[in-house]
Write a protein that binds this ligand. Structure first.
Ligand code: 6GU
Length: 247
């Protein structure tokens, strides 16, 4: 997988992509990254990338020509990459999008800034994504979020191959509670079952806790979660015994 990012702020991507799991994966060349400075495709001598909006009003709009030239150059090297525009007007990015995108050969992430981007650019993109219902200063934050969510699904990136599928949203449920030593802290004991060594019991407890958490915190996720008959029975129990719902 190759990620090409087109941005006015290339420095933004430096440390997030060096630190942690993604930094390690990049060193091992488990995927590839190129950060392209949009200003490099603007015209000398002033290298203007934005202009006032037709119709007046505040803010500036990103000009289409530098974006076109940049995308033409990036596409020459990555002709089959999917082109994603980061914009608050996009579709909300979800785990299932991360899974779908992780199967692509490459992704080009175009980061919008200023008030917006010339409308004609939208005709060239494959998908438009937002990362949530709040306003950010630029698409760079969204691009980093999407790169992380996709890259961690790529083979080898998470050392432990189990972890990607097991976490929250992999099957549409939140995670179960985690504990490590000591067995008692602040007067709160680690649940006995986790110390029992009974793996079937532990698996049952964890499933039940995942259902409980999702019911308590994000009940709307249950509508789309992959639930077995046993899960549905557990859920009915949890719904009928609300006193047990509080931790
Ligand atoms: Cl992709 N861009 C901006 N500027 N704000 C956002 C966003 C993107 N997604 C959520 N808010």
């Amino acid at each position: 997988m190759k990620f090409d990012v087109l941005t006015l702020f290339p420095a933004f991507f430096e440390s997030p992509l060096q630190a942690g799991v993604l930094g390690k994966a990049l060193e091992k060349q488990l995927f590839h990254m190129a950060i392209h400075n949009l200003r490099g495709w603007a015209e000398a001598p002033h290298f203007v990338v934005d202009d006032a909006p037709y119709g007046g009003g505040g803010g500036m709009v990103m000009k289409p020509e530098p974006i076109r030239r940049a995308l033409d150059a990036i596409r020459r090297e990555a002709p089959r990459s999917r082109l994603l525009l980061m914009t608050p007007q996009g579709r909300a990015f979800r785990q299932r999008d991360a899974v779908g995108l992780s199967r692509e050969e490459g992704l080009i992430l175009l980061c919008g800034r200023y008030e917006g981007i010339d409308e004609r650019v939208r005709a060239w993109v494959d998908d438009e994504y937002s990362i949530g219902d709040y306003v950010l200063t630029g698409g760079e934050y969204a691009a980093l979020v999407i790169i992380d969510a996709v890259a961690r699904l790529l083979p080898g990136v998470l050392g432990n191959e189990l972890s990607a599928g097991e976490d929250s949203f992999g099957d549409g449920l939140l995670e179960y509670p985690h504990y490590t030593r000591p067995a008692e802290f602040d007067g709160i004991r680690v649940p006995e079952v986790l110390q029992s060594g009974n793996h079937a019991e532990i698996a049952r407890w964890r499933r039940r806790e995942r259902l409980r958490r999702t019911l308590e915190r994000r009940p709307e996720l249950l509508d789309e979660a992959a639930l077995s008959t046993g899960d549905r029975r557990l859920l009915a129990e949890l719904r009928n015994r609300p006193e047990e719902k509080k931790e």
